[in-house]
Design a protein around this ligand. Structure first.
Ligand code: A2P
Length: 314
């Protein structure tokens, strides 16, 4: 499996298993299947509310001989634990749920803060402003978690170039990863370029268009990545699936990717995307598909009266 390296020589497998939207009743089997098939990178988050079941799968794999240091586990700090005193307790809860002593990577899930008592904030008064809890305050608590050995690497998610730049300017250390939505309809070449210059690895979420999002998160007439005619034509020529073309595209661009599946056949199929060689011509054709389209537009944080409008700074 292709890997991407960190400064300290640790490596993250280019294809990981996504677990957003994986139901608690299904995710344990899915992670067990993935580990059996050879996945060594599992992407988690406290807000997915399925970390306990994923922990059972990890524990089962370790009992059956998997070495902890062969597995890469990412998780994410939820928005209601951004105050400096709340970061390490939230991380420790994730570690307990995942039945791990350390994470390989911990990400600030969103540049958005909620009051601690709200898992979901739906009214302006349930939010904390970035003046009350600056992103750097949360970040420095994550730096401390790294110093304590609770996590090996730290990063962010859903950060724009502007927010990355502002954080880097004041932080004691740089984020090592930014996990963002990336796919042929949202190629974000400027972000890819910026992160390359800054030595920040990118991880792509929603690589298949996240068709299993709740209806409330979907817009009318969303474009389909899996049914795109260029993607289908490349898939047909390579005798593979559209999903595999979409996943392989990231590896050719140098970003890791975390397709979600709870289906054994597709879990296996997605990992096998690593063997697909796209030609220069294929990459050129896929390049033309960019339309700056977000499936996860962040509008759910835009409540009249709070400051979280235009969180991607576009
Ligand atoms: P399932 O879990 O039943 O396999 P994303 O990774 O962009 O969030 O997309 C996840 C969605 O894509 C889920 O509905 C998942 O369904 C589906 N999916 C996962 N792998 C494939 C694939 N290879 N081909 C088509 N759909 C897939």
């Amino acid at each position: 499996m292709k890997h991407f390296g960190f400064k300290n020589k640790n490596k993250i497998a280019a294809i990981g298993l996504g677990t957003w939207k994986s139901k608690p009743g299904e995710v344990e089997v899915a992670v067990k299947t993935a580990l059996k098939e050879g996945y060594r990178h599992i992407d988690c988050a406290a807000i997915y509310r399925n970390e306990k079941e994923i922990g059972n799968a990890f524990s089962h794999a370790f009992d059956n001989g998997l070495n902890r240091n062969r597995l890469w586990v990412t998780s994410k700090l939820w928005n209601n634990a951004h105050k400096k005193e709340d970061v390490i307790p939230a991380l420790k809860q994730t570690l307990a749920d995942l039945q791990l002593d350390y994470l390989d990577l911990y990400l600030m899930h969103w540049p958005v803060a909620f009051k601690p008592e709200f898992m979901n904030a739906s009214k302006p008064e349930e939010y904390l402003s970035l003046e009350e809890v600056p992103l750097v305050e949360t970040w420095e608590a994550m730096v401390e978690a790294k110093k304590q050995g609770l996590v090996k690497h730290i990063g962010v998610s859903n950060f724009s170039i502007k927010k990355l730049t502002e954080l880097i300017d004041v932080a004691s250390e740089k984020p090592e990863v930014n996990q963002i939505e990336l796919h042929p309809y949202l190629q974000q070449d400027d972000m890819v370029e910026f992160c390359k210059e800054q030595d920040i690895l990118l991880t792509a979420y929603s690589p298949l268009g996240s068709g299993d999002r709740s209806e409330g998160m979907k817009k009318e007439n969303e474009p389909s990545l899996l049914e795109n005619s260029v993607i289908l034509e490349i898939a047909k020529r390579n005798n593979c699936s559209a999903g595999q073309v979409l996943i392989a595209w990231h590896l050719h661009r140098g970003t890791s990717v975390i397709p979600k599946s709870t289906n054994a056949r597709r879990i296996k199929e997605n990992l096998a995307s690593a063997n697909l060689e796209l030609t220069h011509g294929d990459m050129k054709r896929i390049k033309t598909l960019d339309k700056g389209y977000r499936y996860v537009d962040g509008k759910f944080f835009e409540i009249p009266g709070n400051e979280y409008t235009n969180i991607y700074d576009e």
